[in-house]
Design a protein around this ligand. Structure first.
Ligand SMILES: [Zn+2]
Length: 278
């Protein structure tokens, strides 16, 4: 059983502050993060899994949010259930959030980059809380292989060990990696969206809704068997545009993971260090 000193949380309002305090107080924490134990240490007396109609997670707590219970939709996939549990726990621990929350699939998908209403901001914070807690920065960055060159195999291992969905892990991977790396998600040859690490300076050419570049390596292997990873170089202009400060390298590495039902993921990185323009 875990013990947390709840007094220490009194002044914390941001998701990352609260998660960091949890991680700080449990130095012996193991991966995958034991969400149930953490929930019970902060006052969640009961977590129930049952088929919910139109909701992924429900938080019912007292007004002071000292105790409560969480309901999770048992019809959803395992990783979604886990993410929902982190999300509801976020509502419980984030002081500005309500004590009775009913969250649907769209609430779990709220992300940055658009004009958000107050309600959406609250949902976004709960999502940030869940991602931070499921993949604590300290443990994520220290993962064996994470600090080397970007690697699809390492990303897959991380998703598996942290017990999170591949896509949630890929976003975290991009956000935390110190090398220039970008990940492009596609479905049936059409780009869904992409994300990139802070040090990846280039624009990704194909936007949402565009086809995977015709002469890319990804395009060539889209019909490979599911669950395979293949890797090769292609001309970088397939994927990236010019940058003001960095020379565009001639080649780009494509690390391609073919998932089920036409989904594919392309990890883009460079062989050599990027050169600044003179
Ligand atoms: Zn919510």
């Amino acid at each position: 059983m875990l013990n947390l000193d709840l007094i220490e949380f009194a002044d914390l309002v941001r998701p990352i502050q609260i998660v960091n305090e949890i991680i700080k107080q449990i130095p012996e924490i193991t991966i995958p993060v034991p969400l149930d134990d953490i929930a019970s240490a902060v006052g969640i007396g009961k977590i129930e899994y049952s088929p919910l109609d139109g909701f992924e997670g429900i938080l019912l707590a007292n007004k002071e949010k000292t105790k409560g219970g969480i309901l999770i939709n048992s019809n959803s996939r395992h990783h979604r259930q886990r993410f929902s549990l982190g999300h509801e726990l976020g509502h419980f621990m984030l002081p500005r959030h309500g004590h009775e929350m009913r969250c649907g699939i769209n609430d779990l998908k709220t992300s940055t980059g658009k004009q958000l209403s107050r309600k959406q901001k609250i949902e976004l914070e709960a999502n940030q809380f869940s991602a931070e807690l499921l993949m604590p920065k300290k443990h994520f960055k220290r993962y064996t292989g994470f600090n080397g060159s970007p690697s699809m195999q390492c990303l897959m291992n991380q998703a598996n060990d942290f017990d999170v969905s591949f896509e949630a892990c890929a976003q975290r991977y991009c956000a935390q990696h110190d090398e220039p790396v970008a990940i492009v998600f596609s479905h049936k040859g059409i780009v869904r969206y992409s994300c990139k690490s802070p040090d990846f300076p280039f624009w990704i050419n194909p936007s949402k809704g565009d086809p995977v570049p015709a002469f890319s390596f990804t395009k060539k292997v889209l019909n490979k068997p599911e669950n395979s990873i293949t890797s090769d170089c292609s001309i970088s202009t397939n994927w990236i545009g010019n940058d003001k400060y960095y020379e565009t390298p001639e080649d780009i590495i494509e690390d391609v993971y073919i998932l089920e039902n036409g989904y594919a993921t392309t990890m883009l990185s460079f062989e050599d260090e990027l050169e600044e323009k003179e």
